[in-house]
Ligand binder design. Structure first.
Ligand code: NAD
Length: 472
């Protein structure tokens, strides 16, 4: 059991004003695995004030020194990588065999990567009689979800530090421990007091206070579209910059000439990994009518071979949902799919074989899905795949774009060139062609109701920059 009784404000671990503690449940065992203390609005005030006080000195710290701090933080994180990994397994429920790859090593590497971007703040552009310079946006508030918690945290903290911003951060209640371990790493790296501050509490109390605070210049939020709208509303009266990374319902177009076995293995894995709790999950698989039944059989066999079980078992590929309430939500969508007349190919609402306890859901595949169905339009956030047939590529593109979301997409074709032609027609912030890898140096973000703004790479850092023009 991990017990934290302090939050991190102004370079100190301090007792929060809030009362009681948040109990974190292991979704595989239903046991409490961590306790973290609740903060309140006064803690947010104190944290924001500390970030405000630290801003001038930090933003004027030479970029090579800021870079050095980022490298030190990455090193301190690396020392704690096993601790991060344990929290992912115990709090999120990701299997131990995937935890490091999917949740820990990527963000640590990316943190060090932002060190190399600090010097971009020194670049000056001349346009006629103007000097165009870059400045940090100011004090930032970061609010994160639970599904890739360390990655979402570092995707905000590292570029903000590189740009010269100071910050107050809040993790989600389901997976808070990584944020306390990160604060410990930052403290050990010797980051000046007040640059990074950690509070904890509910979205509606702590989160809204962070978003509406007049001393906060920017809010960066990752989470549901519903909460994203509330956050933007709370931030609007003080005209803050708001960066939103929200939900998705991404389409995967498989062309008639694609290697079906490879394409479907990629698509099914993409949906099932992290127990389907991935914002970019390719949850709508679009398959040509001519190969539809063949594709369904391959997908069924592939999903049924995935081991669902205890995340501490090295054989498990699919762990429990992050919480019992998430399990209930996913099961209600599976019921909805059956009610809507989709064909249940595999999975369903029963507990997976051999399991009687824990927030588990069977990897589930629906065929004969019409894109107008609820299971094709709403984000389920669980291991549920909808297979949708199409007649030609124009129809596939129309179906793919027929969604309020636009976070990700993918195309699998015989050759990359023809896949890229289709990729360019998809209204989404990313497209993965022939199983292309995630790239921490490339911009990540959504179109439409999947959000605005970008994380990672130079574009991710740009979010934290104000541009000033000086006329001479
Ligand atoms: P959520 O929106 O319920 O909560 C996210 C965070 O927002 C939590 O820290 C929560 O406490 C806080 N919050 C909730 N209501 C708030 C409010 N009114 N004011 C301020 N803060 C508030 O989301 P979740 O269930 O934790 O995460 C799942 C969602 O996140 C999914 O929709 C998923 O698609 C999305 N997501 C998006 C991305 C992306 O990069 N686009 C990445 C991961 C997850």
């Amino acid at each position: 059991m991990r017990t934290f009784d302090k939050i991190y404000i102004n370079g100190q671990w301090v007792k929060p004003n809030g009362e009681g503690s948040d109990k974190v449940i292991n979704p595989a065992t239903d046991k409490v695995v961590a306790k973290v203390p609740y903060g309140d609005a006064t803690d947010v005030d104190n944290a924001v004030q500390a970030a405000r006080n630290a801003f001038d000195a930090w933003t004027n710290t030479p970029s090579d020194q800021r870079a050095e701090y980022l490298r030190k933080i990455a090193k301190e994180m690396q020392k704690r990588s096993a601790d991060f990994e344990i929290t992912m397994v115990e709090e999120l429920g990701i299997p131990t065999s995937l935890a490091d790859d999917y949740q820990v090593s990527g963000p640590i590497g990316a943190c060090a990567g932002f060190a190399d971007r600090c010097s971009q703040m020194d670049e000056i552009e001349e346009i006629n009689n103007s000097l165009i310079i870059k400045e940090a946006v100011g004090v930032c508030a970061f609010i994160n979800p639970w599904n890739y918690p360390l990655s979402q945290m570092i995707g905000k903290v590292a570029p903000a530090l590189a740009a010269g911003c100071t910050m107050v951060v809040k993790a989600a209640s389901q997976t808070p421990s990584h944020a306390f371990i990160l604060a410990d790493a930052i403290d050990a790296a010797g980051l000046p007091a007040g640059v990074f501050n950690l509070v904890h509490g509910s979205g509606r109390v702590i989160g809204e206070k962070m978003c509406s605070h007049p001393e906060v210049d920017m809010v960066s939020f990752t989470g549901s579209t519903e909460a994203g709208i509330k956050i933007a509303e709370a931030a609007a009266p003080t005209v803050k910059r708001v960066c939103q990374e929200l939900g998705g319902k991404s389409a995967f177009i498989i062309t008639a000439d694609a290697n079906l076995t490879d394409a479907i293995a990629y698509g099914v894995e993409d949906v099932m990994v992290n127990t389907g709790q991935t914002c970019t999950a390719l949850t709508r698989m679009l398959v040509p009518n001519s190969r539809y039944e063949e594709a369904i059989q391959i997908a069924k066999d592939y999903a049924e071979a995935m081991k669902v079980g205890d995340p501490s078992d090295s054989e498990s590929y699919i762990g429990p949902m992050s919480s019992e309430s998430q399990r209930k939500t996913v099961l209600s969508y599976i019921e909805k799919g059956i009610e809507e007349g989709a064909r249940l190919v595999t999975g369903g609402t029963e507990m997976p074989e051999g399991l009687s306890q824990g927030a588990y859901v069977r990897p589930t595949i629906f065929a004969d899905v019409n894109n107008k169905m609820v299971i094709a339009q709403e984000e389920i956030f669980g291991p549920v795949l909808a297979m949708i047939p199409y007649n030609d590529i124009d129809e596939a593109v129309t179906i793919a774009n027929d969604t309020v979301f636009g976070l990700s997409s993918a195309v699998y074709a015989k050759d990359k060139g023809s896949a890229i032609v289709i990729a360019r027609r998809l209204r989404a912030g990313q497209c993965y062609v022939n199983s292309g890898d995630f790239n921490y140096d490339a911009p990540f973000g959504g179109y439409k109701q999947s959000g605005n703004g970008r994380e990672w790479g130079n574009a991710g850092m740009h979010e934290f920059i104000e541009i000033k023009s000086i006329q001479t």
